[in-house]
Design a protein around this ligand. Structure first.
Ligand code: NAD
Length: 251
């Protein structure tokens, strides 16, 4: 059911939050747009400006790796300046109140952790862009180091231990999903009584299958997103408004 107005959506969501014991939020890029980080698919979003570089291309081509890192450094100011928005802060408040055991996110921006949610309670399905890892041995690297290497050599960094390419700790198209995170996300979806999908176009699979998993296991499903999604028909409540405006009363 689509809420007719923001006010009626907030009221219905309020009733659902009040009567739920285990709430699992699932967030996408839309929760971070008010923090200055563009999403992928809105007009002007990252997708419209840069074709994503698939994982096999990153592995095979020095040019692709150089381009991937150039783009990452170009976004550094945006990521570094971003602070948790109203949506992040409202989720953090529900987490502190004991209603939210963990957050499942498609985001890579570290803003749920910055809002005060413990790192092990943020299930990052697509990784994290605030640090990097060697794609061979998994060694962790910080972005400052990668930038120094890039500036000195003009090229993407390689691992100092094994020589394999170093990549932001994100999951690219064509890269396998993290097993542990997918497992925990499925457990959370099946164990909650209210599942809140917010700021995701729900088109990136397999992450987009998680709201359905929750619904099929008996949870109420709420979708908060400015644009329609393919899963709106499945939802108990659809709020087609701004996430910050919708959640501000829970901060
Ligand atoms: P998406 O860009 O496909 O969809 C975002 C959705 O959020 C859109 O449908 C848009 O209408 C909606 N939206 C934007 N601002 C909103 C607001 N203030 N209130 C309500 N709705 C709003 O994003 P996705 O589904 O998360 O998939 C994109 C993939 O790209 C993700 O898997 C993620 O890994 C990555 N990504 C992450 C970030 C980030 O970490 N902040 C940013 C861009 C892309």
């Amino acid at each position: 059911m689509i809420a007719q107005t923001l006010a009626s959506g907030v009221e219905q969501l309020g009733d659902m939050i009040a009567s739920a014991s285990v709430i699992v939020p699932f967030t996408g890029a839309g929760i971070s747009t008010e923090c200055g980080i563009p999403d992928f698919r809105s007009p002007g979003g990252l997708w419209t400006r840069n074709r994503p570089i698939p994982f096999d291309e990153f592995v095979a081509s020095q040019d692709a790796r150089d381009e991937a890192w150039r783009r990452r450094f170009a976004l550094e100011r945006t990521f570094a300046a971003a602070r948790p928005g109203r949506g992040h802060r409202a989720i953090a408040a529900l987490y502190r109140a004991g209603k939210v055991p963990a957050v499942i996110t498609q985001n890579i921006d570290n803003l749920h952790q910055a809002s005060g949610i413990a790192a092990d309670a943020v299930i990052e399905l697509h990784g994290n862009t605030s640090y990097a890892r060697c794609i061979g041995c998994g060694a962790r690297y910080e972005l400052d180091w990668a930038k120094q290497v890039y500036d000195w050599t003009g090229h993407a960094p390689d691992c100092t231990a094994c020589g394999e390419p170093v990549k932001t700790a994100t999951i690219s198209f064509g890269q396998s999903m993290p097993d542990g995170e997918m497992r925990r996300a499925a457990e959370l979806a099946r164990g909650c009584d209210l599942f809140l999908a917010m700021g995701s176009s729900l088109v990136v699979w397999p992450a987009a299958g998680i709201p359905t998993m929750a619904k099929q296991a008996g949870a109420k499903l709420v979708i908060v997103n400015k644009e329609p999604t393919d899963q709106d028909d499945l939802a108990d409540l659809v709020i087609r408004h701004d996430i910050g405006d919708t959640l501000v009363k829970w901060i």
